[in-house]
Design a binder for this molecule. Structure first.
Ligand code: GLP
Length: 241
């Protein structure tokens, strides 16, 4: 089932997203949490940091799995998702660093790293709550629109649209890595008990319209695969849709 909630603005969306994560964490302190990067979840992370600081939530037993990472990339690079997660979230909460999982952009063998990452998800018993962003072209993680989707964690090629969209974080478009490691749609759908999809900003209007109204589940719009999951909550701050 898909539950869609429209929020007044980005602040409300971020607050509500953080409250959903917090509620799960309070129910189950050893929660396995799937996490996205990008501009969309930054407000949610800020709210979660605040709730952790004021003692409402505790991350000491929580395990996290990030959705994706550029490949190859050094962890120390400003643009790595590894750095993003520490700069925006992990450095400010009481998580045990050993419980943090991010696909390794420095791994010597990308395919082995993907296999290993998928096994770690299995070993953790799957993901309790998977938080996702939406790409402007309908992608989820780095599962790009195409003729087919790859089920589990794999090496993905970034589409031209995604390279353009993500160039804002780099000095130039040429610097954006053209490949990445990403959970597959199967890792997300089959191994997550609950999914929270965050949709924010005008750039997502077209992708969100297709998601809502096309009435097709298609690899050409990877987000539509979420219709196959039984427990999805969507939070959107896009009003006229
Ligand atoms: C990126 C990431 C996705 C993210 C999406 C949206 O390319 N691979 O995981 O959800 O694009 O990012 P943003 O929130 O910055 O719009």
């Amino acid at each position: 089932m898909i539950n869609i909630n429209y929020l007044k603005n980005y602040e409300e969306l971020s607050l509500q997203a953080a409250d959903i994560v917090a509620a799960e964490l309070i129910k189950k302190p050893d929660l396995v949490l799937g996490l996205p990067t990008g501009s969309t979840p930054v407000g949610m992370y800020k709210n979660l940091i605040e709730q952790n600081k004021n003692g409402r939530i505790d991350f000491s037993k929580t395990h996290t799995f990030n959705l994706d990472e550029y490949y190859p990339i050094k962890r120390a690079d400003k643009q790595s998702y590894y750095r993003f997660m520490f700069d925006n979230f992990f450095d400010f909460i009481n998580i045990n660093p050993q419980n943090i999982n991010i696909p390794d952009g420095e791994a010597p063998n990308a395919d082995s790293e993907c296999l290993h990452y998928e096994q770690k998800i299995n070993h953790a018993g799957g993901i309790d709550l998977m938080v996702l962003g939406l790409g402007a072209n309908g992608h989820i993680g780095f599962n790009e629109p195409g003729e087919f989707l790859v089920p589990f964690t794999h090496v993905a090629s970034l589409s031209e649209d995604t390279v353009k969209a993500n160039a804002r974080f780099f000095n130039s478009e040429a610097e954006v890595p053209k490949t990445a490691l990403t959970m597959g749609i199967g890792s997300i759908i089959a191994k997550s008990r609950k999914i929270l999809l965050l949709v924010s900003g005008e750039a997502k209007t077209q992708a969100f319209k297709h998601f809502l109204y096309d009435n097709k589940v298609s690899a050409k719009n990877p987000a539509t695969l979420l219709y196959l999951h039984g427990d999805v909550t969507v939070l959107s701050d896009i009003q006229d849709i």
